[in-house]
Design a protein around this ligand. Structure first.
Ligand SMILES: [Zn+2]
Length: 431
């Protein structure tokens, strides 16, 4: 983070210590979970940085008792987080396959053709928009991180390197750009100015256009104790009933929802202009009713979540301590953002994990923020032959265990930490 942006954030915090809800402005009075102090989870360190002071920020999630948005304060400035981003979507094979299937189905559903424009917000390295090109649909990516946007541009995907909100939406409309389809996959959580972002989508959308958004579902986060999906880059955590309030606030209408297995349980919602005559699918109200039955309009449901995180921490540490006392060797698999919340909250350093591995070469030779676990190429596991492999991106555990099934040759077991500690023998996993 450069000094200029840091000062800007600090002075804003000083000016408004009692910041209200990011969506509705109500005063925030209730803790969802307090995970202590943690470094920004994408700040992977180079070797020369591990002896230097590291920035730590509170990882304290709050919940609004008016709109039930779970949220972090803007502790870390988005320009610091997203101007160079270590996450390249294309390194997850299952995520790229998910994107490809989406492009085919939405093109069919909305009857998109050569005159249609699909705009993706936070288009990353073009992992999704690339699949529209063979379908003959025009595309535009919006991506603030220049390093990942460059990869998309090199693939032939037009990409604007900017943050999205009302100002950019107005400029695009002035240039004659309007969208038949606006896609926001796992971006809504990362938007500090949520209302400008949603108002921008409303401006950019053609009268008959459709917005689809995918985001991890707070109902699942609570039910399965997924506390590690909370990190500084994720400012907001949504239920469907909160999305419905967000849509109404901005003159949009929620017309459909799908439940997806991605990221530990996500929703894909479909929004249109509120004057659009499309009737909402029955499953919208059915899912909102289910959320109410699960207590998502009751502040006590949220307030008890912290105990789940504490329990998960004790259980994981108990297993790791017992394994180390038996002389077992343990390494990690993956270095995702959520992994760093887990490692820092539980204080799992190189006293437990010898190293972790990742498919993203950007991270090789670097160290995880806070716990300073070295990150190596995946092949390092084959050389080290550890007894246990802790899967940090547990949402893609099936993909990882399939790729690493050969670890059964030396008797390795996988540890899945969430929703509770589970030990998996790769030899027993069906092909
Ligand atoms: Zn609110």
């Amino acid at each position: 983070m450069n000094i200029q942006t840091f000062d800007k954030v600090r002075s804003r915090d000083t000016a408004a210590p009692e910041a209200g809800c990011r969506l509705c402005g109500a005063r925030l009075k209730h803790t969802f979970v307090d995970l202590g102090m943690s470094p920004p989870c994408e700040n992977f360190l180079q070797a020369h940085q591990i002896d230097q002071m590291e920035e730590y920020y509170p990882l304290h999630a709050l919940v609004c008792d008016t709109c039930f948005l779970v949220q972090l304060k803007e502790y870390v400035s988005p320009s610091a987080i997203f101007s160079e981003y270590a996450y390249f979507s294309s390194y997850s094979a299952s995520w790229v396959a998910h994107a490809k299937a989406y492009c085919a189905s939405i093109t069919e559903r909305l009857k998109l053709g050569p005159d249609s424009l699909a705009v993706e917000l936070a288009s990353n390295d073009g992992y999704l928009l690339q699949h529209f090109l063979p379908l003959g649909v025009q595309v535009l990516g919006i991506e603030p991180a220049a390093n990942v946007a460059r990869v998309a541009i090199d693939k032939g995907i037009p990409t604007r390197v900017e943050f999205f909100g009302v100002p950019l939406a107005n400029r695009l409309v002035a240039e004659g750009v309007r969208a038949d389809l606006i896609i926001g996959n796992n971006v809504l959580a990362q938007v500090p100015d949520l209302n400008s972002f949603v108002a921008g989508m409303k401006i950019l959308l053609k009268p008959e256009g459709v917005i689809t958004l995918e985001f991890p579902h707070t109902e699942k986060l609570i039910a399965e104790g997924q506390f590690d999906t909370i990190y500084h880059e994720h400012f907001s955590y949504f239920s469907l009933l909160t999305i419905d309030r967000m849509a109404k606030r901005h003159g949009l209408k929620l017309i459909d929802v799908e439940e997806l297995p991605t990221h530990g349980g996500s929703l894909r919602v479909y929004l249109v202009h509120d004057g659009n005559g499309v009737a909402p699918a029955p499953r919208v109200s059915q899912l909102i009713e289910r959320e109410k039955r699960h207590g998502l309009t009751d502040i006590a449901t949220y307030a008890s979540f912290g105990y789940k995180a504490q329990r998960a921490k004790r259980d994981l540490l108990a297993f790791l301590i017992a394994a180390k006392n038996e002389g077992k060797r343990i390494c990690g698999y993956g270095a995702p953002g959520k992994g760093n919340t887990l490692l820092n909250y539980c204080a799992i350093g190189t006293d437990f994990l010898d190293f972790t591995v990742d498919r993203n070469p950007y991270k090789h030779g670097r160290f995880t923020p806070g716990m300073h676990i070295p990150i190596r190429p995946v092949e390092a596991i084959d050389e080290a032959k550890p007894d246990y492999i802790l899967i940090l991106p547990w949402n893609i555990q099936d993909e990882i265990i399939r790729q690493m099934r050969h670890a059964s040759a030396w008797g390795a077991r996988f540890i899945v930490p969430i929703p509770f500690v589970t030990i998996i023998d790769p030899a027993e996993v069906a092909r």
